[in-house]
Structure formats: C-alpha cells, structure tokens
Design a protein around this ligand. Structure first.
Ligand SMILES: Nc1ncnc2c1ncn2[C@@H]1O[C@H](COP(=O)(O)OP(=O)(O)O)[C@@H](O)[C@H]1O
Ligand SMILES: Cc1ncc(COP(=O)(O)O)c(N)n1
Length: 279
C-alpha cells in the first residue's frame, strides 16, 4: 500500500467526497482539516457546514449553529448534482441538526449500506470546550450510528457514549464491542489519548475480529485536528473503494505523517500537518 491515493489527470473530474462538520476559524480542525486532507489526497471535497466556531489555538470562545434545514439542503443539493463517493461527519452541534442530517442522508442514500459514511462523534474540542449540546448525545448515537459504516471516537467520547474507561488493551476491546452494539458496522477505538506508552494503537472491530492498527507515538503538543484528519483520510480511501481495514491502515499512516510534521501556531496547540505531502 502506498502513502497516497490515485489522482485524476489534469482536467479530469476527481473522486468527490463530502464533510458534514463545523468550521474552525483557526484552520486547524473541523471542515478546514477535512478539506486539506481531501485536497492533498487528490479528491474534490464538498461541505455541509453545521456550525461556525470562534476558535484559535487556545480554545473555542463562541459557536453559531446553522439552521438544520440549511444543513440538510447542503447535503441534498450537493448529492443531486455533484455526487459523492463517501461522506464523513464531525461536529454536529445539536439534536435538531443531527435529526435533519440523518433524514437527509437516509433520503439520498448516504450510509445504511449505501454511500460509505464515516461518523466521528465529536463532543468537545481538545481544550474541553463543548461542540455538541449536552442533550444531543442520545440523538447522535441513536440516529447516526445505525447509518454509519464506521464510528471513530476518541477515548473521552468512548467514555461518554459507552461508559467504558479505556486504560489498556482489554478495556479497548470492551469499548469496541459496546460501540458496535449501538448499530455501527465497524468501530474504531482510537488510542491517541492513551498515555504512558511509546505506541498509539487504534483498535478496529466488525463484531467478529479485532484488528490492531498500531503506530508510533509522536511526541508533540501540536495534535489539533488529528481526529478529523484521520476520519477524512478514512473517508477518502473508502471513496476509492478500499476495504475498511485497508482504509484505516492508510489513514493511520496519513495522520502519523501529519503529526511528525505538525507545527506550532499561536500560543496553544498547533495542527497536524498534511502538507508534508507537498513539502
Ligand atoms: N501523539 C500521537 N502520536 C501518534 N499518533 C497519535 C497521537 N495522538 C493522536 N494520534 C493518532 O491520531 C488519530 C486521532 O486520535 P485522537 O487524538 O485520539 O483523536 P481526536 O483528535 O478525535 O481526539 C488516531 O489514529 C491516534 O492514534
Ligand atoms: C469545528 C471543530 N470540529 C472539530 C474539532 C475537534 O478537534 P480537536 O479535538 O483537535 O479540538 C474542533 N476543535 N473544532
């Protein structure tokens, strides 16, 4: 497997994908991270914006959500004209927005065995600022997980969704099982927040087999947008027809390379850097 995906010839339409997520004004996470990964992997990225966050390297100081009907309309108008081969979701903000997205996805054939759907169940920023209304978690799990080909929570999100505290390989497996019980086809329990090891192992589970997708732990404070970058790369590989295990292995290598060349930005946490691709 290579570190890159096939690209279109100049003038030829590239593979299209879509991110349904929030905007990060600091450019490190959210739709900005997704679009960077899509573009650098040679795909054309479309967007359904769910919220505009007021954010920099130190945290999130404001959120303006988008009218749920406008979010759904972005999904319908893109799919009816441009067409997409895979979709990922990130910050979905409120229960009303999630319901509108789930309805629109069902209507146009995203998820549920149709167009592959990657659900990154974003609940908070890395600084701990909330990105999902506290009453919206049940809707996120109840409406999006049954549509999802894969869900990609970090360990804080795993705890919120399943109650499982991941501290070692056994609890990582228990968390993967508990996630699958909530309706997703594949569960990925990311090990990025597992401290005290020189590895950062993610665990992929389809209900039968556990697949450990290992990688070295990169010693950097600049990991803003790591989860978005991983999920956007999984989405990109699925759009090219990769199997789920191959898509996650590909994406893990992509985010690891991005962490290796992550850069400082502002006074806080800088972003993972998929620009290694053009460096
Ligand atoms: N310091 C690190 N070194 C290597 N890989 C990491 C590191 N931090 C996160 N990752 C990887 O980046 C991806 C995103 O993980 P994580 O940081 O847990 O997600 P999130 O950004 O959603 O909190 C995972 O594949 C994880 O293993
Ligand atoms: C709009 C938006 N979406 C997602 C994240 C999560 O990224 P991180 O965990 O790196 O803060 C974020 N901070 N902002």
């Amino acid at each position: 497997m290579t570190d890159l995906l096939p690209t279109a010839a100049p003038g030829e339409t590239p593979v299209r994908v879509m991110t349904i997520a929030g905007s990060d004004s600091g450019g490190g996470a959210g739709i900005q991270a997704d679009l960077r990964t899509f573009a650098l992997l040679g795909l054309h990225g479309c967007v359904a914006v769910t919220a505009v966050t007021v954010q920099n390297s130190l945290g999130v100081s404001g959120v303006q959500t988008i009218d749920p009907e406008v979010v759904a309309a972005q999904i319908r108008t893109v799919t009816s004209d441009i067409g997409v081969s895979a979709v990922k979701t990130g910050m979905l903000a409120t229960a009303e927005i999630i319901s509108a997205i789930a309805d629109a996805c069902t209507e146009v054939g995203i998820g549920g065995g149709g167009v592959p759907l990657v659900v990154d169940p974003v609940c908070a920023s890395m600084h701990g600022d909330p990105l999902l209304a506290t009453d919206a978690l049940d809707t996120l799990v109840g409406r999006m997980f049954p549509l999802a080909d894969i869900v990609t929570p970090n360990l804080d999100e795993v705890r919120l969704i399943t109650g499982v505290d991941v501290v070692d390989a056994d609890s990582q497996r228990a968390a993967a099982r508990a996630l699958r019980d909530r309706g997703t086809r594949w569960a990925l329990v990311k090990g990025g927040h597992l401290r005290g090891s020189d590895r950062s192992p993610d665990l992929l589970f389809d209900g039968d087999d556990y697949i450990e997708i290992d990688g070295p732990r990169i010693d950097t404070p600049h990991d803003h947008g790591a989860g978005d970058t991983l999920a956007a790369a999984i989405c990109s590989a699925l759009a090219h027809g990769y199997s789920m295990p191959d898509a996650v292995v590909f994406a893990k290598r992509w985010v690891t390379r991005g962490l290796e060349s992550a850069y400082p930005l502002g006074a806080g946490h800088g972003p993972v850097n998929p620009l290694w691709r053009v460096g």
